[in-house]
Design a protein around this ligand. Structure first.
Ligand SMILES: Cc1ncc(COP(=O)(O)O)c(C=O)c1O
Length: 423
């Protein structure tokens, strides 16, 4: 008789393994990412791995992503198994398997498994860091006015509760000069600055910030950096080890396409002991990354299916995925950019953004356009609001077809020509 692991493996692997084999057949490993990026046969195979609703054109994949069917199926199988005899099936069988997920993620992003905590999302990982570092009344923490609102609220709450001082700098939109970005952070550091929060990719625009350079600059001043990697990990290619940061949090339900409610937190080995967990842990865990996972009874099915999402990600490859996301971004953005009423908040030059971009439209509210796109064409986008700019934010994914982007382009041209009228 098969063991449970063999049984699950025999169900889970063929689906993903056959996708991987078909992708390999369509584009052998030595074919350059730039050549694969526009190969529609290859991406049609990737798209087939999803069971998403094609009656909607979902261009808000940066918000939260659908998972490939095999990932969802793995999660469902773990969930069904969890329910057999939970104290046994969850605590004795499934929970220990989290360790292999930790190891696989650590190996892919080139850090030690002893530095990776499995969390529920970026918010949780960042709050562990934002709340978990001891600060005194009057100590300063620094970020920009383009950081994610929940993370801003976290520092504001510490301001109200503990009397710390939260400062924000502004950054150019778009920012095409990395040295200027680093200079702006550095100029705001004072002797009281104890912490910097940096978005790896800004949620309003998709702008990629020079995290490694910011971390190196801040280290010279003795200031640790928490990186908000919500949109970056598994979106464009990098290793966590390259960034050389102390704290990095991300959601895996965005660009890794893992089940909803999965995330990871990296904490440099030497920093674990001094970082307080958000949910209390026994002192024996003080120096153990698992102290950040002591959240009580919780579902483990999604967490284990991260491994299937990682397998899918690896079947495509970091560089090919990033190249495709940029290719699709360019496909819709360069069409719209021809219209003089469209102004991009995002640089379309290589290296400053990837699959997410936002733009404003002269003479029309982007919120109203987004409402029209949804009501009249069932096209889903999101809008962004900032005191100095607004925009419609578009993020296609690896399963998005060019026909879907054509429908978006046609709809936008209709709106620009005829206003928010007609079908
Ligand atoms: C930059 C940034 N940080 C943090 C978050 C929070 O992510 P989650 O809701 O998955 O915790 C988001 C969500 O979109 C984000 O864009």
């Amino acid at each position: 008789m098969k063991t449970r692991r063999e049984f699950l493996g025999s169900l889970a692997l063929p689906a993903l393994a056959s996708v991987a084999a078909r992708l390999e057949a369509l584009a052998p490993a030595n074919r350059a990412p730039s050549a694969v990026a526009g190969d529609e046969d290859y991406w049609a195979e990737v798209a087939r791995a999803y069971a998403c609703d094609r009656s909607i054109v979902n261009l808000n994949n940066g918000g939260v992503s659908p998972a490939p069917a095999a990932v969802l199926a793995a999660q469902m199988r773990h969930l069904q198994f969890s329910n057999k005899a939970p104290p046994y099936s969850i605590w004795r069988v499934l929970e220990p398997q989290k360790e292999t997920v930790r190891q696989q993620l650590a190996r892919h992003w080139d850090v030690s498994p002893e530095e990776l905590a499995l969390t529920r999302n970026t918010s949780e990982g960042l709050m562990i860091c934002q709340f978990g570092i001891d600060l005194q009344r009057g100590d300063e923490v620094l970020s920009t006015d383009q950081d994610y609102p929940r993370m801003v609220q976290t520092f504001r709450q510490r301001e109200r509760r503990e009397g710390i001082v939260y400062k924000q700098i502004s950054l150019p939109v778009p920012a095409e000069d990395d040295a200027e970005v680093v200079r702006r952070y550095e100029a705001a550091i004072t002797p009281r600055t104890k912490l910097i929060l940096v978005s790896h990719m800004i949620y309003l625009t998709g702008q990629i910030l020079p995290v490694r350079a910011i971390v190196a600059m801040a280290r010279k001043h003795g200031v640790p950096v928490i990186v908000d990697g919500a949109h970056a990990l598994a979106h464009f290619a990098f290793k966590l080890s390259e960034l050389d940061c102390d704290y990095y949090a991300t959601s895996l339900h965005k660009w890794l396409f893992a089940p909803i409610g999965t995330g990871l937190l990296y904490v440099r080995r030497a920093k674990i002991a001094k970082l307080w967990p958000l949910t209390a842990a026994d002192a024996s865990l003080d120096d153990d990354i698992r102290k950040f996972e002591q959240i009580g009874t919780h579902p483990v099915a999604g967490c284990l299916a991260i491994a299937n999402a990682l397998t899918f990600h690896q079947a495509i490859g970091d560089d090919r995925k990033a190249a495709r996301l940029v290719h699709l971004r360019d496909y819709w953005a360069k069409r719209l950019a021809k219209n003089p009423r469209i102004h991009f908040n995002t640089s379309l030059k290589p290296g400053f953004a990837a699959g997410i971009a936002s733009f404003s439209v002269d003479g029309l509210s982007e919120t109203k356009i987004a409402g029209w796109l949804w009501r009249k064409r069932r096209i889903l986008v999101t809008t962004v609001q900032h005191p100095s700019f607004t925009g419609m934010r578009v993020s296609a994914s690896v399963y998005t077809t060019k026909q879907e982007l054509d429908r978006f382009g046609d709809a936008m041209e209709h709106v620009l020509e005829k206003g928010l009228t007609g079908d």
